[in-house]
Design a protein around this ligand. Structure first.
Ligand code: C2E
Ligand code: MG
Ligand code: MG
Ligand code: MG
Length: 279
């Protein structure tokens, strides 16, 4: 009896696995098509000083799906990475970001026009990552000094030395690096110090939890003092209330990003908000 039951279970899982496999391959085909049909969009979210001054933008990918509407990265990024399509998508993101960066640079001065781009582990794992980036920058004519690459701690778990070399080469060209979602990974302070990092972004989970959880507030305090010791610029992500800003500013956090100031917006909205170009 139990043997029969086991067999049924097996069939059940088989059917489900097949279903999810089919769904994955359909999604993958759709993702490929999205590149061909130009269905991706970059939305930009501004970063700010505590009193609301502009401190550049972050580019966030959206997929304008033909039947499902606008999809956020949590709906497709995992598949983009596991299928390797992130490499091509990442090139598209960088090229588009470079074009936007040129326009931002004409409208805003200095770091008001800085543009952050998220780079995934899989992209940096390419042998020719540095060359690809430099080629796109050259083709678009963007100023690398206005670009910031956001990487995450997981990247630093493998092949740290190669990552370090890539970062050094890109840094040499003018690109700055930020460590995204900081506090969620397991970075050792020793190797953080060996990297050409300029910015730490405190993960949104700590920012939202610190108001009610003393342990989260302690972690935020530790991150702030570490960043000070390492001379890094600190950005808090996912800031939604004035109370959060007050606490973080008093602790010594430099910049803020979150719905409190602005949601990520499509490019036409960003252009409309830029300083008028003076002749
Ligand atoms: P991330 O780089 O940490 O980006 C911050 C995420 O928090 C964004 O989600 C943003 O919309 C959201 N966010 C910003 N402010 C607030 C707030 O006040 N409250 C809340 N609840 N959320 C806020 P999004 O756009 O869905 O992106 C998710 C992640 O997908 C990003 O996390 C990044 O890791 C990845 N991603 C986005 N665009 C790209 C891309 O072009 N390339 C790569 N490789 N990854 C990307
Ligand atoms: Mg980011
Ligand atoms: Mg982040
Ligand atoms: Mg995040």
């Amino acid at each position: 009896k139990s043997k029969e039951f086991g067999r049924d279970q097996l069939c059940f899982f088989d059917a489900r696995m097949q279903q999810s496999f089919l769904e994955k391959s359909r999604r993958e085909r759709e993702l490929k098509q999205a590149l061909v049909d130009d269905q991706f969009e970059l939305h930009l979210q501004s970063k700010h000083t505590a009193d609301g001054g502009l401190f550049g933008f972050e580019a966030l990918l959206r997929w304008q799906h033909p039947t499902e509407g606008r999809l956020s990265p949590d709906r497709f990024m995992e598949l983009a990475e596991s299928s390797g399509l992130i490499v091509e998508i990442g090139d598209w993101v960088l090229r588009q970001a470079c074009r936007y960066s040129l326009t931002l640079g004409e409208a805003e001065q200095g770091d008001r026009s800085a543009l952050s781009i998220n780079i995934s582990e899989r992209q940096m794992a390419q042998e020719n990552f540095v060359e690809r980036v430099l080629t796109i920058i050259e083709e678009t004519g963007a100023d690398p000094g206005r670009l910031i690459f956001e990487i995450t701690e997981t990247l630093l778990h493998h092949d740290l030395e190669r990552t370090r070399q890539q970062m050094l080469a890109l840094n040499q060209a003018g690109i700055r690096f930020a460590l995204d979602d900081f506090g969620t990974g397991y970075s050792s302070l020793a190797y953080l110090q060996s990297l050409p990092l300029r910015i730490l972004k405190i993960d949104r989970s700590f920012v939202s939890a610190m108001m009610t959880h003393p342990a989260s507030l302690s972690i935020v305090k530790a991150i702030v003092s570490m960043a000070k010791a390492m001379n890094l610029t600190l950005i808090a992500e996912g800031v939604e209330t004035q109370a959060q800003i007050d606490i973080l500013r008093d602790l010594g956090c430099h910049y803020f990003q979150g719905f409190y100031f602005s949601r990520p917006k499509p490019w036409p909205d960003i252009i409309a908000s830029l300083a008028p170009v003076t002749e």
